[in-house]
Design a binder for this molecule. Structure first.
Ligand SMILES: [Zn+2]
Length: 372
C-alpha cells in the first residue's frame, strides 16, 4: 500500500522531470548549440517556439484533467423496485401468472427500473454500499477518492489521476500532445541532421540528444498501449475496465470449451478445474435484465457474450459521447438514460434472444455460485 502510494507520486514527478530534461536536450543542445550556432538562426528560434507551444498545450491539458476531475455520480439512485417482478417470475415458470398477479407497486423508497439494464448474475443492478446508490452511468467505485466515478476508464500512473467521463477529453489532448511532441522532436532532429551531428570532432549526436531520442522512443511504446485503450473505446465503446473483465470472461470460456487451454494453463499459470472455470465465467461475464416482451411484469436475465458490445453505437457516436456533458438532476433522469445508453442494435439483439427462449426468468434463477 505504501509502495503504491509512493509510486503514484513518483511517476508524475518523473514525467515532469523528463519534460525539463527535454528543454535542456532539445531546446539548448539541439536547437541552440547545434542548429542556431551553426548559422541556422531562424530555424533554431522557430523550432524552440514550436516546442514551447506543444509543451504549453501538454501542461495545460494535464492541469485541466485535474481541474475537471474524473467526476462523480450527480445524484444517488435508490434500489430498483423489482419485488413484484421477482414474485411474478416464480408464478410465470409455474404457469400461474394471471391478471391478478402482483403488478409493479409504487414504493417511495424504490425507483422503477429501466426496461433494460446491465445486471449481475442474479439479475440485480450493481449496488455501491459506500455511496448508497446503484452504480449508474457505468460507474466504478474508487477507494482512493471514496466515491463512484461515472465511466471509470483507468487510473493513469503517469498523469497521477483517474481517467473517466469528466476528464477524458483532456486525457485525449494530453496523449496527443505527448505524441506530437515526440514526433516533432524526432522529425526536426533528423531534418537538421547536418547541424545536429556535430558533437566534438566526430560527426555524432550529442549524448544528451541521443539519450532523449532513445527515451522518447521508449515512451512512444508505452503510449501505444494507451492508444490501444483509446481505440477500444472508439471502436467498441468498452473502457479499459470493461476490457479487462471481457478478457477474463473469455479466458474462462476458453478453458471450459477447449482442450488446448489445459496445456496453456499448465504452462503459464495454476491449472484451474472446469468447475472453477464455470464459476469464474458466471461471475465475470455480463448480464442484461430486460422486461419480458410478451409477459406482463416479468423480467428475463440474459448472459451477454464477450462478442456483443452493449454500448457500441458506431465509431463516431462512441467518440462523440466523450464530448457530451450531460447534466442530470433527478434519479429518474439517470434511470431513463441507463436505457438510452444501450445501443439500438443491442436492444433488438436482446429482445430477439428472449423471444428465442434464451436467458432465465428473473425469480427462477438459482443463486449465483461464488468461488471460495
Ligand atoms: Zn461508490
Amino acid at each position: 500500500m505504501m509502495l503504491r502510494h509512493m509510486l503514484r507520486r513518483i511517476f508524475p514527478v518523473g514525467v515532469l522531470l523528463y519534460l525539463l530534461y527535454i528543454q535542456y536536450a532539445y531546446c539548448y543542445v539541439v536547437c541552440k548549440q547545434n542548429i542556431y550556432d551553426s548559422g541556422w538562426h531562424s530555424a533554431g528560434v522557430g523550432l524552440i517556439v514550436g516546442e514551447a507551444v506543444l509543451v504549453a498545450l501538454l501542461l495545460a491539458s494535464w492541469a485541466l484533467m485535474f481541474v475537471a476531475g474524473p467526476g462523480s455520480l450527480p445524484v444517488a439512485v435508490p434500489p430498483y423496485n423489482l419485488n413484484s417482478y421477482y414474485a411474478n417470475g416464480q408464478l410465470y415458470v409455474r404457469g400461474e401468472l394471471d391478471e391478478k398477479s402482483p403488478s409493479v407497486v409504487d414504493d417511495a423508497a424504490l425507483i422503477a427500473p429501466p426496461q433494460m439494464f446491465l445486471c449481475n448474475a442474479d439479475g440485480l443492478p450493481f449496488w455501491c454500499a459506500q455511496c448508497r446508490s446503484i452504480k449508474t452511468l457505468r460507474a466504478h467505485h474508487s477507494s482512493t477518492l471514496g466515491r463512484c466515478i461515472p465511466r471509470f476508464d483507468h487510473y493513469c500512473l503517469y498523469i497521477g489521476t483517474i481517467v473517466a467521463q469528466n476528464n477524458y477529453v483532456w486525457f485525449l489532448c494530453f496523449v496527443s500532445c505527448f505524441e506530437l511532441l515526440f514526433f516533432y522532436i524526432l522529425v526536426s532532429t533528423f531534418a537538421f541532421s547536418k547541424a545536429v551531428l556535430s558533437y566534438g570532432r566526430h560527426q555524432i549526436l550529442h549524448p544528451a540528444a541521443l539519450l532523449m531520442i532513445v527515451v522518447n522512443e521508449l515512451f512512444t511504446l508505452l503510449l501505444l498501449t494507451l492508444n490501444m485503450s483509446i481505440g477500444h473505446i472508439f471502436e467498441l465503446n468498452e473502457t479499459s475496465i470493461d476490457f479487462l473483465q471481457l478478457s477474463r470472461a473469455r479466458q474462462y470460456r476458453y478453458t471450459l470449451g477447449s482442450r488446448q487451454s489445459r496445456l496453456k494453463n499448465i504452462l503459464f499459470r495454476r491449472k484451474i478445474t472446469k468447475e472453477e472455470a464455470r464459476i469464474g465465467l458466471v461471475n465475470s461475464q455480463r448480464y442484461v435484465s430486460v422486461e419480458h416482451p410478451d409477459a406482463r411484469n416479468v423480467r428475463v436475465v440474459l448472459p451477454v457474450p464477450e462478442t456483443v458490445h452493449p454500448y457500441d453505437k458506431g465509431y463516431l457516436e462512441n467518440a462523440l459521447d466523450w464530448f457530451r456533458n450531460r447534466k442530470f438532476t433527478t434519479a429518474q433522469e439517470i434511470v431513463a438514460y441507463e436505457y438510452e445508453m444501450l445501443s439500438p442494435q443491442f436492444r433488438s439483439w436482446v429482445l430477439q434472444q428472449v423471444r428465442a427462449g434464451e436467458g432465465q426468468i428473473f425469480g427462477s434463477t438459482p443463486l449465483t455460485p461464488v468461488a471460495v
